[in-house]
Design a protein around this ligand. Structure first.
Ligand SMILES: *Cc1c(COP(=O)(O)O)cnc(C)c1O
Length: 429
């Protein structure tokens, strides 16, 4: 068991200065009733906390550390740019070269705009979709997270009669009403809502491989239906690949499913660990953005040279190494090992993975939607997670988050993880 005295002290201090002691809620460990771990450095597959404990990291900054922490080539790329200046508020050639790399990997993107976070990307994509189609309504899916955009922070009762209710105070009901949320992977639910509002439907936004209700890939036929209906109706299909982009394969989920969205949002991996987002897609839609078109969107630090340097270097490394098959094999080696142990202790565990993303659930069957995830065993998850973290295995501290593996996770780290889990289960959850 690790001692985390410094993290406890630091959290106390942080709570005096920042709401909840954190700058992003999931970090507060409320979902597992724990004390967040404060880190001070990271290398490869490992993160090191303020008390000098070492953890095998299965979060990887929620995706970007797909080639491991502190990758020497990424550090070199950032350092080189650092010497030349950190921001000019003016165009640079590295913005185009980053755009070219992304477009090569994701052919549905003909033009792209860089922003500073995933939230900014989805917010802008929704505005663009509304401006381009001259319609107002958005359909999203329960459990899909698209950043904390007013229009998208809606879970809502699904079904025809229930209009969206905001998930958070501060979002006007009038705005929330423009967003309808349906059950993920539920074609009938989608069709009911779609048919009711299609005349005013600007866009359907979906995480094609959802990573914000645990890890749940969409059914192919579900995504195909979304593609067909939006095309027929001249509504836009937005794939939110902020998490899955460059994580599940070079071309993201859209490559795996062979479905072309009209717009794609990106973030996480494409910043190489620096704050970045982007959205792109069909040329005539993207050209509807200012300064070419009437839809306004801007950013003082957008296309920031440091972020572009880090992101483009990481994308180049990913193109060169194409690690996705190997990552998936490692993830399944880990998960199969875990499942075997859980089976021996008569605890149901369902598992799933694609590329460098994975999920495990305390349930007999794999969840297909948010409701299924809610029903998975909370108590067992919390106990398991706290014990893992206390023993140096840093899994995401919420059953609504996915797992991430990097090229730096070798058999050594994975076997160690499995042996720790074996000990945890032997002592009893
Ligand atoms: C993380 C995430 C976002 C939000 O990105 P931020 O950079 O945190 O604003 C949006 N959509 C998806 C699918 C995400 O995973």
């Amino acid at each position: 068991m690790n001692k985390i005295n410094k993290s406890i002290e630091l959290f106390k201090e942080a709570k005096l200065h920042m709401p909840g002691g954190v700058n992003s809620p999931v970090r507060a460990f409320k979902n597992i009733d724990g004390n967040p771990i404060f880190f001070k450095k990271a290398k490869g597959a490992y993160v090191f906390d303020a008390d000098n404990n070492k953890y095998i990291d299965y979060i990887g900054s929620w995706g970007p550390m797909i080639m491991g922490h502190s990758h020497p080539e990424i550090i070199k790329a950032i350092s080189k740019q650092l010497e030349l200046g950190t921001s000019y508020g003016a165009p640079t050639s590295i913005e185009s070269s980053t755009a070219i790399l992304i477009k090569e990997c994701m052919p549905s993107i003909k033009k792209i705009r860089m922003v500073n976070s995933g939230t900014e990307a989805t917010m802008s994509a929704v505005r663009l979709a509304r401006g381009f189609t001259k319609r107002n309504k958005i359909i999203k899916f329960d459990g899909c997270y698209h950043g904390h955009v007013d229009s998208l922070l809606i879970k809502a009762g699904s079904g025809v009669t229930t209009f969206g209710l905001p998930d958070s105070p501060g979002i006007p009901k009038e705005l929330a009403k423009q967003t309808l949320s349906c059950e993920f992977n539920n074609k009938e639910d989608f069709l009911k809502v779609f048919n009711k509002i299609k005349n005013d439907l600007a866009a359907v936004i979906v995480e094609p491989i959802a990573g914000n209700m645990g890890f749940i890939p969409a059914d192919k036929s579900f995504l195909q239906l979304l593609r067909k209906k939006t095309s027929e109706n001249k509504s836009l299909l937005i794939f939110d690949e902020v998490m899955s982009g460059f994580r599940v394969s070079l071309g993201g989920a859209q490559e795996i499913y062979k479905i072309k969205p009209d717009l794609t949002t990106l973030g996480k991996v494409i910043g190489g660990g620096l704050p970045v987002g982007a959205f792109g897609g069909r040329k005539e839609i993207m050209d509807f953005l200012a300064p070419n078109g009437p839809v306004y969107q801007a950013g003082t630090l957008s296309g920031n040279p440091l972020a572009m340097a880090a992101g483009s270097k990481l994308i180049k490394l990913l193109i060169k190494n194409n690690p996705y098959k190997a990552l998936e094999a490692k993830a399944s080696y880990l998960l199969d090992g875990m499942q075997q142990l859980f089976l021996e202790h008569n605890i149901p565990l369902s598992i799933n993975q694609r590329g460098g993303m994975f999920g495990f659930f305390f349930s007999e069957n794999l969840p297909k939607n948010l409701n299924d995830v809610i029903k998975t065993n909370d108590k067992q998850f919390k106990k398991f997670l706290n014990k893992c973290i206390a023993n140096g295995i840093y899994f995401a501290p919420s059953k609504f988050e996915a797992g991430f593996i990097s090229t730096k996770h070798t058999k050594v780290e994975i076997n160690h993880t499995i042996s720790i889990i074996k000990q945890i289960l032997e002592k009893g959850l």
